[in-house]
Design a protein around this ligand. Structure first.
Ligand code: SAH
Ligand code: F3S
Length: 448
């Protein structure tokens, strides 16, 4: 029996794409392996959003080349494939295939012609969704892409180049994925898109419509989506946070910078006033909503004063669970050739300052949760096997003592025994009373 090895880097979109590829390879009678040495086909699904991510892929490729069977088919798919194109073959001559994020449904071509070399980095739109088989066994959280690409063209971002112009999937196709995921055991749906709230199908149905229809499915208990572009938050979607209890009160809505000048040069044409007004409307719709952001520090030309404004907005909005990055110049982007690139040591200093603010926000919010009872989604046991790790509606990690077996039975859920003989259900929502908190996680107990 042939075996395959697949390693995924980067965003949830890649995780989803890898799951579809796994279904396809299993459908051809192949078996997944964790061992590069044994694999007959080796696939790296890659990310190129920052230079470090791209470099990581090439060093991994170098390591694999030395360990793999000589007969193994070996290739990269995803954004580094698209970024590097034929150059990937020059850097790693042993590669058999290089397939961009919209062309890996072409993988069977190389399986059928193992002596060929395959390069395809076309932007063929939504074809892959039709050609790859659906996923079968869903995890508790199902990530479902609803669009490909992005039309925003932020000047630092390689995504519009690697994933192309924005295309929304058909409403019915997305809902079919949702129903399949629910039937496979998912209880949380996370809609994915580079500009997820820009979703529009051919009849102008929106992300809010997708959320509403998904909420009607009984077994789906939690709905969320990522990443939202600030100015595409429609009033309809904002109001849904107030009216649809299954929509989690947590939203990733990246601001990137708190400086109007930097935002202009990033080609993110919204004012701070407008952004803050959207946050205000969200909080009016649902008072307990929390917002997370992505930030870039050290964008070309960013002054100390610009950076101060980013720190100010991070404190003012009180973002939680946010991501912060040092600006990384990427090929095919306008910012890479802007003047006044910021030296690495300054980027590093600024990142540390911002990270301290974001950590403080997390700590303050985590502490404010102590005493509350929250409905949390079980992820699985911790390393010791004596605790369960679950996620709050705000995606905070909460550690709970292992629950009595009886309780699992009461919940009538599928039981799983891990090697520590801890009983837990992978698809269970638990009511947890938060008992303590630190900057990274919460501790709690199962509420009576
Ligand atoms: N809308 C997308 C964003 C893709 S990239 C999404 O769905 O997540 C994810 C984050 O990486 C961006 O929000 C931005 O903060 C960061 N990023 C993108 N390009 C970058 C670059 N060249 N350097 C540093 N950070 C970058
Ligand atoms: Fe990138 Fe900006 Fe789109 S960050 S993915 S171009 S919204």
């Amino acid at each position: 029996m042939k075996t395959f090895y697949i390693k995924t880097f980067g965003c949830q979109m890649n995780v989803y794409d890898s799951q579809r590829i796994v279904s396809m390879l299993r459908g051809r009678g192949m078996v997944q392996t964790e061992s590069v040495e044994d694999a007959d086909i080796i696939i790296l699904n890659t990310c190129s959003v920052r230079e470090k991510a791209t470099n990581k892929v090439f060093s991994e490729l170098g390591r694999i080349r030395d360990r793999k069977k000589t007969s193994a088919l070996f290739g990269i798919i995803g954004c580094v494939a698209r970024e590097s194109g034929a150059d990937a073959f020059r850097r790693i001559p042993e590669l058999n295939f290089v397939l961009g994020p919209q062309s890996y449904h072409k993988l069977p071509m190389i399986l059928d012609n193992p002596d060929a070399r395959l390069l395809n980095i076309d932007l063929s739109g939504l074809e892959k969704f039709d050609e790859l088989p659906p996923m079968t066994d869903s995890p508790a959280v199902a990530y479902i892409p609803i669009q490909e690409g992005c039309n925003h063209c932020c000047t630092y971002c390689i995504v519009p180049y690697t994933r192309g112009r924005e295309l929304s999937r058909a409403f019915e196709d997305v809902m079919r994925d949702v129903r399949d995921a629910a039937a496979g055991g998912a209880i949380e749906i996370c809609f994915l898109g580079q500009n997820v709230n820009g979703y529009r199908d051919k009849d102008s149905r929106t992300l809010a419509d997708l959320c509403r229809d998904t909420a009607k499915i009984d077994s789906i208990k939690r709905i969320r989506f990522t990443s939202s572009y600030p100015t595409e938050m429609s009033d309809d979607l904002i109001e849904l946070f107030g009216t649809e209890p299954k929509l989690l009160p947590f939203l990733n809505m990246p601001i990137q910078s708190g400086s109007p000048d930097v935002l202009t040069r990033m080609n993110r044409p919204y004012s701070l006033e407008l952004y803050i007004d959207i946050v205000r409307k969200l909080r009016a719709a649902r008072s307990d909503i929390q917002i997370s952001s992505d930030f870039i520090v050290g964008f070309p030309g960013e002054t100390d004063a610009d950076f101060e404004m980013t720190c100010d907005i991070a404190r003012l909005v009180g973002y939680i669970n946010s991501y912060s990055f040092k600006y990384s110049p990427r090929p095919h982007t306008a910012a890479a050739i802007m003047r006044d690139q910021i030296p690495e040591n300054i980027k590093k200093e600024r990142l540390k300052i911002l990270d301290d603010i974001l950590t403080e926000n997390n700590r303050a919010f985590n502490e404010s949760c102590v005493g509350q009872t929250m409905s949390c989604l079980i992820e699985g046991p911790d390393k010791t096997g004596r605790h369960i790790i679950a996620r709050t509606p705000y995606m905070q990690k909460v550690i709970v003592p292992a629950m009595p077996e009886q309780r699992v039975e009461e919940q009538k859920s599928k039981r799983v025994k891990n090697k520590h003989q801890l009983s837990y259900s992978p698809t269970l929502l638990l009511s947890v009373k938060i008992t303590s908190a630190n900057k990274c996680s919460l501790r709690g107990e199962i509420a009576a």
